[in-house]
Design a protein around this ligand. Structure first.
Ligand SMILES: NC(=O)c1ccc[n+]([C@@H]2O[C@H](COP(=O)([O-])OP(=O)(O)OC[C@H]3O[C@@H](n4cnc5c(N)ncnc54)[C@H](OP(=O)(O)O)[C@@H]3O)[C@@H](O)[C@H]2O)c1
Length: 304
């Protein structure tokens, strides 16, 4: 085992607040544990949860906070029992506590080989939203139609495509500027805002089998209640308070097999992947401010 490269530069917040609280700190990763690989990070996606934790909306992690759930990179070292991979391999996957850092240690079981025809940018932003999308569809179960609120963001973009692949008719909401994009993913696109219920009923007059809210507005809740079958699932992933007991929360369940499925679909060209903006690691404050605006098209990520 080669194990130099123990110093990692981490994105850290020592207080809750806007992106100004973010700082960079050098951290000694120490000895590589058995069953782990040490990775030189190439890219790492940012998810709204990172920025929402930064502001203090969720305080479960306490302070100081580190960030990032997904990555792409090259293996620098492999701990004992790390069969199947070699130093220099290009990999992607879910991290182990944080990925917004120049070097990270990741359990071997989290690693997926990066196909050569997938860019580092795509590879580093796939894990979180893909596993969320697969969780949503698996938990909602067998349906023929699905309403997705906020469908042009990171989770929505891949949920639309996975649902279409399962033969589900998807009605997706977005702002005007993203309607064409949503159509290109295979959804029936509807603009959110005043008159949403009428617009949904106009494109899908029959009651819809299920809905999932990726934005957490009262407008989305009311639109789901008005358009989904009485016994249909109305779910939310937004992690925000809801006004109806009918709305069930769904939380991502990590499953490398689900991630591999999406990576294979990207490599074969079956799925498309939209990158909104790539920020150099040094500009993480700008990236976190941008994702807090709530209008990401596809994914935002950091490049190292
Ligand atoms: N429960 C879980 O396990 C889990 C997992 C992952 C994510 N999440 C949460 O799920 C949410 C979505 O994540 P994401 O990564 O997809 O977010 P994202 O990439 O930031 O996308 C947000 C989307 O919301 C749309 N939007 C903004 N205002 C809207 C409105 N008033 N009505 C309808 N849509 C609106 C935006 O579309 P326009 O640009 O067209 O406005 C944008 O496409 C976040 O709150 C995140 O924290 C939860």
């Amino acid at each position: 085992m080669e194990n130099n490269n123990t110093i990692s530069t981490l994105l850290v917040a020592n207080a809750y607040g806007p992106a100004d609280v973010l700082t960079f700190e050098d951290f000694d990763l120490g000895e590589l544990r058995n069953g782990y690989a040490r990775i030189k990070t190439k890219t790492a996606g940012i998810n709204p949860i990172d920025a929402r934790r930064m502001t203090g909306e969720f305080k479960h992690a306490g302070l100081p906070q580190t960030f990032g759930t997904e990555f792409s990179g090259e293996i620098l070292a492999i701990g004992e029992n790390g069969q199947g991979f070699q130093i220099g391999d290009a990999v992607l996957g879910s991290g182990d506590g944080f990925t917004h850092a120049s070097v990270i240690d990741v359990p071997i079981g989290n690693l997926i080989r990066k196909p050569e025809n997938i860019s580092w940018e795509v590879a580093g932003s796939v894990a979180g939203v893909s596993q969320t999308a697969m969780t949503i569809l698996d938990e909602i179960g067998d349906i023929k139609s699905l309403l997705i609120h906020g469908a042009s963001g990171g989770v929505g973009s891949i949920t639309v495509q996975l649902a279409k692949e399962r033969g589900i008719t998807v009605i997706g909401t977005a702002s005007k500027r993203n309607l064409e994009y949503l159509e290109s993913l295979g959804a029936i696109a509807v603009e959110y805002g005043d008159g949403l219920i009428e617009r949904i009923k106009a494109v899908h007059p029959d009651a819809i089998d299920a809905a999932v809210d990726m934005i957490g507005t009262e407008e989305a809740t009311q639109a789901s209640l008005a358009t989904v079958k009485p016994d249909g699932v109305i779910a939310t992933i937004a992690g925000k308070p809801v006004s109806s007991k009918r709305v069930v929360p769904i939380w991502v369940k990590r499953n490398p097999k689900n991630l591999q499925f999406v990576v294979d679909g990207l490599a074969s060209g079956k799925f498309q992947w939209e990158i909104d903006t790539v920020y150099p690691f040094e500009s993480a404050k700008d990236a976190f401010s941008k994702i807090l605006e709530g209008h990401t098209k596809g994914k935002i990520l950091l490049q190292f």
